[in-house]
Design a binder for this molecule. Sequence first.
Ligand code: SF4
Ligand code: SF4
Length: 135
Amino acid sequence: MATRRVVLRFPQQLIDEPIISTTIKTYDLDFNILRAEITPASEGLMVIEFSGQDKPLNDAIRHLKKTGVKVEPIGLDVVRNEGRCTECGACITICPTAALYIDLESRHVYFDSEKCIACELCVPVCPSRAMELTF
Ligand code: SF4
Ligand code: SF4
């Protein structure tokens, strides 16, 4: 069983289509919607976790892309403004996936975008406003 967390962007003409439910059924996947912003007059955005067997999971992602949905790795949409980060460490304990962590030897605070699930918890706790959303 594999899991894949991705950001899906739906162009306006696809917003009313049952793309996700069809994809889930066709490729026998489980899913968990982490965030969704869909307004009829503009692009739709969904942060979603798919679970399933490797091949069907990859086929489902390919299928989504073919239908016109833009599929992005999840970490691309939360970034750390390195110029603003003071490495104060206030974000470390609140991050549920340890995407923000401290190297105990060097005392540097790092951001691993591959682990980030875009939960946004770090955004309000950062005193320097270094964590930025690019949705
Ligand atoms: S809270 Fe903000 S300034 Fe402090 S370490 Fe985290 S990202 Fe950097
Ligand atoms: S958005 Fe959530 S998962 Fe990503 S770095 Fe911030 S607290 Fe961690």
